[in-house]
Design a protein around this ligand. Structure first.
Ligand code: ZN
Length: 238
């Protein structure tokens, strides 16, 4: 399988090459800038000190900024399971979108088609576990919202990219907005840690932490409140 992409190298990577087997995660981002052109400039300019490996443009075209075997600077301070600073173990994929700050919009079907192709290519090449396909907000929940609640995780999971719960929709609707007591709330966090969310964020900003989970797994209602629906979903995934 080959990949159709154009190359536009970025200087924002570590000089030292990594091994193929050190690549364990795919991390999805949105660019979060008004204009795509500016996003490309930023991801390739030495001053910004940020780069992903790939960018998927609005028209679905793929750009390579950094070859897979070099560590690109896309995740920043981050944690998941026993991993810290995930740049060294991940491939970063940016998807063009203005993001929450500049008019967050639906990802185009051309973008998603390209993302499916690219992800399948990388999953096969590096034998990436579907549970290691994450959003930036999963690994940096207090700092980041990307790729956000409009990102089609459920659809991608059907294509074996990432994962989703297998709960009945009516069961979830019935549980929505139903309150949880202190014991159930604690259970919710236990499930989150089992899923992989880092304990580093415990007791810092609970609301943001809950919202990060919701953006990823309960995208139709992001309110930072643990209800019975959140509890069911987290339990199902843990
Ligand atoms: Zn990001």
């Amino acid at each position: 399988m080959s990949l159709k992409a154009t190359i536009n190298y970025s200087p924002n990577f570590n000089i030292k090459k990594r091994s193929k087997k050190s690549i364990k995660f795919l991390i999805f981002h949105y660019t979060g800038m008004k204009r795509e052109k500016r996003a490309i400039q930023r991801l390739t300019s030495i001053q910004s000190e940020v780069a992903s490996h790939y960018l998927i443009k609005s028209n679905g075209k793929i750009i390579i900024f950094v070859p897979d075997l070099y560590i690109a600077w896309h995740a920043g301070a981050s944690a998941w399971k026993k991993y810290n600073l995930l740049n060294k173990n991940s491939i970063g994929i940016e998807i063009s979108n203005p993001g929450h700050q500049f008019g967050y919009k639906k990802f185009s079907s051309k973008q998603i088609n390209s993302l499916v192709k690219l992800s399948k290519f990388l999953i096969k090449k590096y034998k990436i576990n579907r549970k290691n396909i994450l959003g930036h907000s999963d690994i940096a929940p207090l700092r980041k919202k990307d790729p956000g609640e409009k990102f089609p995780w459920e659809y991608l999971a059907k294509k074996n990219i990432g994962y989703w719960h297998n709960l009945n929709k009516n069961k979830l609707i019935n549980a929505r907005n139903k309150k949880c007591n202190k014991i159930l709330k604690n259970k919710f966090f236990t499930y989150l840690y089992r899923i992989g969310y880092s304990k580093n964020y415990k007791n810092q900003n609970e609301k943001l932490f809950i919202k990060a989970f919701q953006r990823r797994f309960r995208p139709h209602l992001i309110n930072g409140i643990i209800d019975q629906e959140c509890l069911l979903i987290s339990k199902n995934l843990a």
